[in-house]
Ligand binder design. Sequence first.
Ligand code: SF4
Length: 418
Amino acid sequence: MRTFDIPEFYRSPVIGKVKAIRKTADPRKRDLQPSLLDFGSVRLILPRHFGFCFGVENAIEIAYKAVSENEGKRLWLLSQMIHNPEVNADLESQGIGFLMDTEGRVLTPLDALKPEDVVIVPAFGTTLEIEAKLEAIGVDIQRYNTTCPFVEKVWKRAAQLGEKDYTVVIHGKPSHEETRATFSHSSAHARSMVIRDMAEAEVLAAFVRGERDWRDFEEVFPGRTSPGFEVPQDLQRFGVVNQTTMLASDTQAIADHLKAALMLRDGGSDERFANTRDTLCYATLDNQTATAAALDLARDSADFAVVVGGYNSSNTSHLVELCEEVVPTWFIRGADEFGADGHLGHFDMKSGTHCKTEDWWPSVLRGEVPTVLLTSGASCPDSAVDRVLQQILERCGGGRAVDDVLRLFAKEQATLGA
Ligand code: SF4
């Protein structure tokens, strides 16, 4: 796997070391069991995979290269580079402006751009409409295009489905940059529609099975279909692709549900449903599978979980959902959420609000020392997780020195890998 040149301050002395030790002991990533660090005063469970994925490191490398190669020029990001406040704030401090916010609202009109301006396309990619506007201005959009190859793979697959006369159903958040980009690219080659979740898949399945009146379709799915989309004929044959950070298990469940609806309607023939399993992002799958393995351990031993990541990060919110099913979970953007007075600032996904909780640390522990599952989203630097880890260690006090714990951990892993 390629390694990327990303600024040193995103790397970390503790989490980075744990990952390096695991990589050395198990280079083929066969062992998905979590890492267990015992500090004496607290035990930490770290999933085998978490943090920056291939696409994010690739995007960060290209963005900082754009900064260093274009002194004196105006630099723009189409929208947030990735959904992490720390990364975006640092890029802004380097003089990069944002053209749009995450919902696609204009911050700086494209008309204000000049051909010599440098525009960075984020890891999510962008729509064909925006690409065309930038090209009309004369901006080179390929030089610093950080669109993740795994997102492009989804676009290619959508085009192949279109060639075979399949409609593309995209499982994603309709307003998310990546879903808007995928919808745009897919619509250029195939009839396409977006569904948000299983609840919407169930409604779509009811149409497909003939249980709902097609005349209601437009009202139920307004603005979710490509131009000229017609029902029922455009839902005779289809395949499902996803916004790459959705829960892979959710996408699979949605695909299975829609396939079952088609088969019921067509009397058992499944040739109208295209198999698209191979478009699921490997990094998202690895992170979600590793989180599940860590939760197996946490189920019987952890007092709570801490998930670090941007509050608008799709993949981080899915990790929070997975953790919440098993242990009390705090979703925090970073170490700045630990208040000096002992409160914890965190994001409550149910209400969509930022909260402060005073009594967040459990009063009764499951074991002799606290056990915490610590993880982060694919857009979160390891250095941010390190700072959270330090806060937890300070809170617990005493215990073994970090270097001693890492030395012991390396020894254990070497024995396992031998
Ligand atoms: S989560 Fe997957 S598709 Fe998204 S940026 Fe990372 S590697 Fe690329």
